[in-house]
Design a protein around this ligand. Structure first.
Ligand code: 13P
Length: 256
């Protein structure tokens, strides 16, 4: 059984005090959520404060990005061992903002995925099409490329532990959520990709999150879908109450 996983991506937001307060709220939500894993990905500079606030609770912490080298002359970058040392379990890799604002390529992201495993972190691999790609009927081709290149060279044991986040670029920060059916269709397609790359058992084990304008009031219908195993939440994860409601709604959707 796939344990649902709801994770907040705070992006370049919060301050030190706000991060600790948000983390405390998320930690409470994690303690109350029945059968749902809860995580937050703060800016790198607040990871330590968030890990401290999460200590002794089930709240998982992740980085929003990392470089594939362990150390070196890479001004402004954060390395996997640094995130690991601070207490991170996850690293978001290949987020659309990294792909499209910072020009990260499939090959670059693949190296990061391998580095995450090397340094003891689990990748949250983001995939998803842009609006023009959807309109041109290329959603599946783009998602297939992101999934195939993102997992290239991983053993089955590693691939099973990757969390895939389907985030249609047109739904991120726009208020335009994919409909539950649109998301389910792509999630099922991703599971099919996993089956052809590996096998049906592995495909059935991989958790696939949806991300893009998730809010408390659309959570239940999204999480009711058979292949939606969790959520990657941007803006709505910056309010403790809203994020807790998303966690609670996710638990309710999966237990009914
Ligand atoms: P929003 O929830 O703000 O649309 O952001 C989604 C996202 O990019 C999460 O990684």
């Amino acid at each position: 059984m796939r344990k649902p996983f709801v994770c907040g991506n705070w992006k370049m937001n919060t301050d030190r005090r706000g991060a600790a307060a948000l983390a405390q709220g998320a930690a409470r939500a994690a303690e109350q959520a029945r059968g749902v894993e809860v995580g937050v990905c703060p800016p790198a500079c607040y990871v330590e404060a968030v890990v401290a606030a999460a200590r002794g609770t089930p709240l998982a912490v992740g980085g929003q990005n990392m470089h594939f080298e362990a150390s070196g002359a890479f001004t402004g970058e954060v390395a996997g061992p640094m995130l690991k040392e601070l207490g991170c379990r996850y690293a978001i890799l290949g987020h659309s903002e990294r792909r499209h604002v910072f020009g990260e390529t499939d090959e670059f992201i693949s190296r990061k995925v391998h580095a995450a495993f090397k340094f003891g972190l689990l990748p949250i691999l983001c995939v998803g099409e842009k609006l023009q790609e959807r309109q041109a009927g290329r959603t599946e081709a783009v998602v297939h490329r992101h999934v195939t290149s993102g997992l290239a060279g991983l053993t089955g044991d590693q691939a099973r532990q990757v969390v895939i986040a389907y985030e249609p670029v047109w739904a991120i920060g726009t208020g335009l959520t994919a409909t539950p059916q649109q998301a389910q269709d792509v999630h099922a397609f991703i599971r099919g990709c996993l089956e052809s790359l590996y096998d049906a058992a592995l495909a059935g084990d991989v958790r696939i999150q949806y991300g893009g304008s998730v809010k408390p009031d659309n959570t239940f219908d999204l999480m009711r879908q058979a292949d939606i195993d969790g959520l990657l939440v941007g803006g709505a994860s910056l309010k403790a109450e809203g994020f807790s409601a998303i966690v609670a709604e996710s638990a309710r959707a999966k237990e009914v």
